[in-house]
Ligand binder design. Structure first.
Ligand SMILES: Cc1cc2nc3c(=O)[nH]c(=O)nc-3n(C[C@H](O)[C@H](O)[C@H](O)COP(=O)(O)OP(=O)(O)OC[C@H]3O[C@@H](n4cnc5c(N)ncnc54)[C@H](O)[C@@H]3O)c2cc1C
Length: 420
């Protein structure tokens, strides 16, 4: 979007959303559709690059509600029918085909470039009546006592100079992703000491893909010794996103550079070496560190948190965009109810948080199992084939309805605790 194409800002909106990722776009699209004046403020120039390209099937329902499924079907994004896990850098387990478990319109999903996917969401928000302002960095949030009342934002002035502007709102939504703008300001951010992970990743052209239905699969490869794992995500244009995640002190041991860390772990993953035999790296290595955290409180008077701004677990099950979209949907409906009742309390704006947190917890438990060196999906499912549907539920993202208690109890039995 060019500077001159930026919309004129009003003094006040019903809803101001900080951040134009999937969480901010879905919240803003749906509050606008509910009929509330909505402003989405995004600090980057659009479209903007972002890691996190693999969707899971249950994103379908929010995308359908947003009216985007047809656009996705028409897109060049690879179709994803399954996820496949490899152990010890070599041994593949049988792929989890989503349609073998539940054959319906949502059992196929997509691998997306996040710049164009996130832009599509923002375009939809605009179509539904939201105002989207790019290159607009929120630098302060205003409160009257505990009550959020608006923001101060830096935008381009009439002559291209940066100016600061105050904008009032009834509801302030923090969708700032890992920046966690409000949670950081309000001192609500907690990190998870069990998941102090780092990641190094890049993009490769012509990496080997399996044929047919498996061409669009996400591959998750634990390396020999289980100290790290690689993702393989096929993208349009014969590009693959490939990244490696491990404890930060393992990944960057001895002050390793991103390239050194990636290549050292690659040696422990012959299955990935094979995939890269004819590939060319097309972007520099990128890193991100210490990204797992949550906010102790998800809503307050006049404000709420969505997506990564509320919390982020770990990328192993590609749950981030799903949870961002879903929390946006939950939050938009709660905000609409708040306007109907004229009740902007934490209870009303956060009425969805318990249900959402239960779903996040289901992912979290399977993340802990994945990082337990004594756990193996293959062994667990051989001993407990009756829980294959529960595990597939989680990989699909169907985490809000089914009861997973027995499955996690059984997992605890076959997964001895890691010795202290
Ligand atoms: C290594 C790694 C791999 C991942 N892989 C996957 C994957 O395969 N699949 C998946 O689903 N998820 C994945 N994720 C997670 C996924 O990327 C995120 O969960 C998702 O982007 C969250 O969406 P969001 O809208 O909450 O935040 P974001 O997409 O981060 O959007 C937040 C936006 O807020 C803007 N912003 C921040 N501060 C301000 C401010 N002060 N003013 C205005 N704007 C601001 C930012 O510019 C940004 O555009 C991965 C994450 C990591 C770290």
């Amino acid at each position: 979007m060019t500077e001159s194409a930026q919309p004129v800002l009003d003094e006040a909106y019903d809803v101001v959303v900080i951040g134009g990722g999937p969480a901010g776009a879905s919240t803003g699209a749906l509050t606008a559709e509910h009929g509330h004046s909505t402003l989405i403020l995004e600090r980057s120039e659009l479209p903007r690059f972002h890691v996190g390209e693999s969707l899971i099937p249950e994103t379908f329902w929010t995308l359908k509600r947003l009216g985007l499924v047809e656009r996705l079907h028409e897109s060049a994004y690879p179709r994803k029918y399954s996820v496949q896990f490899f152990s010890e850098g070599l041994k593949p387990s049988a792929p989890f085909y989503f349609d073998q478990y539940k054959d319906c319109e949502s059992s196929q999903t997509w691998q997306v470039w996040r710049d164009s996917f996130d832009q599509m969401l923002l375009d939809r928000a605009t179509e539904l009546g939201a105002t989207v302002h790019a290159k607009a960095q929120v630098i302060d949030a205003h409160f009257d006592g505990d009550q959020a009342t608006g923001v101060r934002v830096k935008v381009a002035g009439p002559n291209g100079e940066r100016i600061e502007k105050d904008i009032a709102c009834k509801v302030l939504v923090d969708a700032t992703g890992q920046s966690a703008f409000l949670a950081s300001r309000l001192g609500l951010k907690e990190t998870d000491p069990a998941l102090k992970k780092g990641t190094v990743w890049s993009y490769f052209e012509n990496a080997h893909r399996d044929p047919g239905k498996d061409e669009g699969a996400t591959l998750i490869m634990q390396t020999a010794g289980k100290q790290s794992w690689f993702w393989f995500i096929p993208l349009p244009g014969n590009i693959a996103s490939i990244g490696c995640t491990a404890d930060m002190d393992v990944l960057f041991a001895g002050g390793a550079t991103a390239e050194e860390a990636f290549n050292r772990e690659l040696e422990r993953c012959p299955a990935m070496v094979d995939r890269l035999a004819d590939a060319t790296q097309v972007r520099d290595y990128m890193t991100t560190k210490d990204y797992t955290y949550y906010a102790r409180q998800g809503a307050g008077p006049g404000w709420t948190l969505v997506g990564d701004a509320y919390g982020f677990i770990d990328p192993v099950y590609s749950s981030g965009v799903f949870l961002a979209l879903k929390s946006g949907e939950f939050a938009a409906d709660a905000i609409h109810e708040a306007f109907q009742k004229n009740d902007f309390s934490a209870e009303c704006l956060g009425s969805w948080l318990d249900e959402h947190s239960r779903g996040v917890d289901v992912f979290r438990k399977l993340v802990y199992a994945f990082y337990n060196p004594n756990f193996s999906f293959g062994r667990f499912l051989k001993m407990h084939p009756e829980f294959r549907s529960n595990v597939t539920d989680i990989l699909i993202g169907d985490v809000f309805k089914p009861d997973f208690t027995e499955c996690f109890e059984a997992m605890g039995d076959v997964t001895p605790p890691v010795p202290a």
